[in-house]
Design a protein around this ligand. Structure first.
Ligand code: UDP
Ligand code: MG
Length: 318
């Protein structure tokens, strides 16, 4: 029987955890009862430097249940890093790992099906077939994002977020991707292996509020694009070439006009082109800067997170 670990990134989730953890326990107990997973399967909460009572809540569950563990970051390192830490801690003992958001917006009742499908696949993606609970704005931006990514040649599973199951060997391979700006959804498909999907409808957040405001969402999308593709640089190159061609045509036109004796006043056209070109150049520089910035953070190779406390290793030591 395989040992399953369910990993939850938690940032200020004191309101959701008291509801989430018992729900997941029930699912684990069912699966254990049906002998689908080993009895020592466990829940792993990664506290991403919460400022509320998230850690105390995890600790309370840890003292009450022998299969709930917490890992505490020394500060907030972000959702993606919390997932990476959870996977690398769990991978040492678990055979199957499921990552799911602590607010259970992803449907936890599909977990048994995921486990079932893992018999024939190393990665089982949770795929949303319904986004009714998301705002129209979020739907449009998400669709636009997945469209852009697939058209840039990034092999992503559309509408899959960070709710997925991975086998030990898939996680092991995944953790070899050592980039600092890790865009997990894009990297997991690169690992290969056989994969499968389970469909679910995304629910409303049960309590607390989203930790992904618009500014973070934009950052996340830009990171996704620039970590996987240099298409933006190609686009600005094409725009540059087009503008150069147009300006040559304009030059010929004004020379012809000059020899025909038509003097042009043209202050407006001059000032518009100066501003237009200035704008294009600034955009171009900033796009290149974005990539240089990426290289800068990768080269420094700073640790992705710092673990202050790890209840799994503590309890092994006991
Ligand atoms: N999260 C995290 N660190 C952060 C922000 C979010 O670990 O800096 C966790 C959060 O606790 C939740 C998950 O990531 O479990 C997804 O966040 P949220 O539900 O706020 O995002 P949304 O579902 O609104 O996109
Ligand atoms: Mg959420």
């Amino acid at each position: 029987m395989k040992k399953l670990s369910i990993i939850l990134p938690c940032y200020n989730e004191e309101e959701t955890l008291p509801d989430t953890l018992p729900k997941l326990q029930t699912i684990l107990n069912q699966l254990k009862g049906q002998k689908k997973i080993s009895p020592d399967s466990f829940l792993l909460c990664v506290d991403d430097g919460s400022s509320d009572k998230t850690w105390q809540t995890i600790d309370k569950f840890h003292s009450k249940y022998s299969n709930v563990f917490g890992v505490k970051f020394s500060r907030n390192y972000g959702h993606q890093n919390a997932l990476i830490a959870g996977l690398s801690v769990a991978e040492k003992s678990a055979d199957l790992m499921i990552t799911i958001d602590a607010d259970l917006q992803d449907d936890e009742s599909t977990i048994p099906l995921m486990v079932e499908k893992s018999q024939n696949a190393d990665i089982v993606y949770g795929v949303r077939n319904n986004r009714d609970t998301d705002s129209a704005f979020k739907k449009v931006t998400a669709d636009g994002f997945y469209w852009t990514m697939t058209h840039l040649g990034v092999d992503m599973i559309p509408n899959s977020a960070d709710f997925r199951l991975m086998s030990k060997r898939a996680v092991h391979q995944f953790l070899k991707y050592d980039e600092r700006n890790m865009f997990i959804r894009g990297v997991v498909p690169l690992v290969g292996f056989k994969h499968d999907e389970v469909l679910y409808a995304r629910k409303e957040r049960q309590a607390g509020e989203t930790k992904y405001p618009l500014s973070k969402m934009i950052r996340f999308a830009l990171d996704g694009i620039t970590s996987f593709s240099i298409a933006p640089i190609r686009i600005i190159m094409n725009v540059g070439v087009m503008i150069a061609l147009v300006s040559i045509l304009l030059l010929i036109y004004s020379l012809v006009q000059h020899f025909l004796g038509n003097t042009t006043t043209g202050w407006s056209s001059l000032i518009t082109s100066i501003w237009f070109l200035g704008g294009i150049q600034l955009i171009a520089i900033s796009v290149i800067g974005e990539y240089i910035g990426k290289i800068f953070t990768e080269v420094k190779h700073r640790p992705r997170y710092t673990i202050e406390q790890n209840q799994i290793t503590e309890s092994n030591g006991k």
